[in-house]
Design a protein around this ligand. Structure first.
Ligand code: LLP
Length: 404
């Protein structure tokens, strides 16, 4: 991801950013309320009966979730903790779906108690567990089945989910059998079909294939006299080398093509976008601590590390780094590294960065998704603070935290 344009004004502008860095220190995440809301709107506009369940694993900050909830967002959750977070942030239980291959009995019981919109079932044994708990409670569990359509989404292998070698979902034949079986259960109500192909997907063809698989299955289920209330097509678009406006356009095009495919089918559309909602709406602000060189390399050492943003270390993700206020200075080829005691604590190798010196602020842009939510206290470093620019001022979301 290089050459992506990044507009500092969406994050308060240089002066305000300098102020917040002095008041609260670095590293810190800064979010843009306007970009966040625009991204959500791009999914939600035109939708009368659609449900956008934001994948809160991408970012579970309660203030951001509350803002999205007020705009009508539901939530895709993958643990009891995320379910509680979504409810605490004011998201309506009737707009929450629960995914994941390993839900515990306690988590299932909690989801049933809260009467969430749907539990996305990922195995036959899980269905039995849900039926048992729902029977004990004498309370109906609404379920959907996660189809594994065996489609190659052509994304990074670590974030692909829609093929048989992945642990996710259930093959078509088994979903059909389980749909029928569950419809005979007194306290289980089968209501939907789900798939999620993976994350960072740019091509339409995996969706076309998965949609056609899903429609075939739905027809077979309908032929047995069962109705299907909704089809959940999983995550959203990838984050590409594009401006914020081009990003919005990509979301709109994706929505349009899915709506076209569903036209005339009388089935509710659900989506679970995460990365494309939060990604460009968040940056990680850090400070240059030192620079140094040897016979081979020049290093810029910043105060943000892999514990604050681990995607480069985990998935070789590229970052976009900007020396704030020095964007037009001559460039040098450097390795951008953090302070954590591991060589993989590297944000970029041989990257072009404006000349900088200790104390300069460096922004890593497009890190609002899977940034803070995957941060850790490795090396006993505090988690970074989080702030949001609401267009006029900074809202302090969270101070740096450390639990020892
Ligand atoms: N729905 C389900 C069932 C999911 O598992 C995911 C992401 C999403 C929706 C959201 O997908 P998105 O719209 O964000 O592409 N930590 C990795 C990404 C893991 C994605 C896991 N599932 C990363 O930083 O790239």
């Amino acid at each position: 991801m290089e050459k992506i344009t990044f507009d500092v004004k969406n994050f308060g502008g240089l002066e305000e950013i300098q102020k917040i860095s002095l008041q609260h220190g670095t590293p810190c995440y800064i979010y843009s309320q306007s970009l966040l809301e625009k991204n959500f709107q791009a999914y939600a506009q035109h939708s009368s009966n659609e449900l956008i369940c934001v994948a809160i694993k991408a970012n579970s900050n309660p203030v951001l979730l509350n803002l999205l909830g007020e705009k009508g967002a539901g939530a895709d959750v993958v643990s009891g903790g995320e379910l509680r977070r979504a409810l605490d942030a004011g998201i309506d239980a009737q707009k929450i779906v629960f995914s994941g291959v390993g839900k515990t009995a306690k988590e299932i019981a909690y989801a049933i108690d809260q009467q969430i919109y749907s539990i996305n079932v990922e195995s036959e044994q899980e269905l039995e567990q849900i039926a048992k708990i729902a029977n004990e409670k004498k309370q109906t569990a609404r379920v959907s089945f996660r189809l594994n359509p065996n489609v190659d989404a052509k994304t990074h292998p670590k974030i692909a989910t829609g093929m048989y070698e992945n642990k996710f979902g259930i093959d078509e034949e088994s979903v059909f059998a389980m749909y029928e079986k569950s419809s005979k259960q007194k306290y289980v109500e089968p209501v939907g079909i789900h798939f999620h192909l993976g994350s960072q997907i740019f091509s339409r063809s995996p969706y076309e294939k998965a949609l056609s698989e899903a429609f075939k299955l739905i027809e077979k289920i309908n032929a047995q006299g069962f109705t299907i209330e909704f089809l959940n097509v999983g995550g959203g678009v990838g984050l590409r080398e594009a401006s914020d406006d081009e990003h919005i356009q990509a979301i709109e095009e994706h929505m349009q093509s899915i709506r076209n495919a569903l036209q005339g089918k009388n089935i509710r559309l659900l989506l679970e976008p995460g990365r494309s909602i939060f990604g460009n709406a968040g940056l990680l602000l850090s400070k240059v601590l030192y620079t140094k060189k040897n016979q081979k390399k020049e290093f810029v050492i910043i105060d943000a590390g892999m514990n604050d943003y681990m995607r480069p270390a985990l998935y070789e993700a590229k970052v976009n780094a900007f020396v704030l206020g020095k964007e037009n200075s001559p460039k040098r080829t450097i390795d951008l590294v953090g302070p954590v005691c591991e060589s993989t604590d590297t944000f970029g190798k041989d990257m072009e960065l404006s000349e900088c010196e200790p104390g300069d602020l460096i922004a890593l842009s497009h890190v609002g998704a899977y940034g803070y939510s995957m941060s850790s206290q490795y090396n006993l470093r505090p988690r970074p603070s989080e702030h949001m620019w609401d267009g006029e001022r900074f809202v302090i979301l969270r101070e740096p935290t450390i639990e020892t």
